[in-house]
Design a protein around this ligand. Structure first.
Ligand code: ASP
Length: 315
């Protein structure tokens, strides 16, 4: 594996291999000194053209725990806001000796453009490209599910037979896309629930089942229910009547939460719109994995950086 651009390129063995390395990395987080010397002398660049708190800081913590140097390069306050192109930026980073570039960009395909270019010879990690993919998010979600099921005995397991329901703004969600491909590779089945206006037209080619009724989906008692953020910043039209109506039909409120099985995982990639797609009660309940997802994100990103920069093969 030279880059991580999409979960579509991961087969089951490779995905399980990444999750297993993340388990090793999670062990490091439990130590008093949370640091490995593995990437000493390597330079990781966080190249963020879109806002991010969780993902950017997660990569930062991951890179530092592996002892690499870390440069945060955000679009605001850099020459990018003066119109410097992706090419010029990439060439500049190459000249500075970047070994890995973690890129988030509003355009779908931006990470791939960088990986296929001859502007820079670094490992490229897609940290979210438009509405396309966010592979490390899906990996940390899978890691979180696997840990909830198998605990410390997770190594080697896939997600065979797990039933995952993804709810909400699928249309604009790179998290949903990355999860669909990865969950399929790991043997889980995926059910999507959303208003018809928030489902993409390419859906026919996805390995999923689709429904429009959240209460019906809850009756099927899934093993995990993943609530997606309403991505208002990507919405150019009115996709639903108003926030209240959306919450009433598609939100995981306290009453729906009570109807979920006791072990159903309630997931959300963050940032959450509390009171819209998820109630505070659901977000903070014992079923919620939200904070585990954040903690596990560091382990997954350590694993990905390690596999791309410190070892030849994944498996
Ligand atoms: N943080 C995730 C992303 O960047 C999810 C979200 O923004 O809703 O795609």
């Amino acid at each position: 594996m030279r880059h991580l651009l999409s979960t579509r390129e991961l087969d089951r063995a490779t995905a399980v291999g990444i999750l297993d390395v993340a388990e090793d990395m999670a062990d490091v987080a439990d130590r008093e000194i949370k640091k490995l010397p593995t990437l000493r002398g390597k330079t990781v660049v966080n190249l963020f053209f879109e806002d991010s708190t969780r993902t950017r800081t997660s990569f930062e913590v991951a890179a530092k725990r592996l002892s690499s140097d870390l440069v945060n390069f955000s679009a605001k306050g850099s020459s990018l806001s003066k119109g410097e192109s992706l090419k010029d930026t990439a060439q500049t980073l190459a000249a500075m000796g970047a070994d890995a570039v973690v890129i988030r960009h509003a355009s779908s395909g931006a990470a791939q453009v960088l990986a296929q270019s001859n502007w820079i010879d670094a490992a490229i990690i897609n940290a979210g490209d438009g509405t396309h993919e966010h592979p490390t998010q899906a990996l940390l979600d899978a890691f979180t599910m696997r840990r909830r099921i198998h605990g410390r005995a997770s190594r080697g397991h896939d997600l065979d037979g797990l039933r995952v329901t993804i709810v909400g703004d699928i249309l604009h969600s790179r998290v949903a896309r990355s999860n669909v491909w990865l969950l399929q590779a790991l043997g889980a089945s995926v059910h999507l629930v959303a208003p018809a206006t928030l489902l993409p037209s390419e859906l026919a080619n996805w390995p999923v089942t689709v429904g429009y009724d959240l209460d019906e989906a809850i009756r099927q008692s899934p093993d995990a229910i993943m609530m997606l953020r309403i991505q208002a910043e990507r919405m150019s039209a009115a996709y639903f009547p108003n926030a209240r109506e959306y919450g009433r039909q598609w939100g995981l409120d306290d009453e729906r939460l009570a109807r979920l099985g006791p072990d159903t995982m309630v997931m959300h990639p963050g940032p959450m719109n509390r009171g819209l797609e998820i109630s505070a009660g659901a977000a903070d309940s014992s079923r919620s994995t939200v904070l585990e997802q954040v903690a596990n994100g560091v382990s997954i990103r350590m694993a990905v950086l390690y596999l791309l920069l410190a070892s030849e093969t994944v498996a």
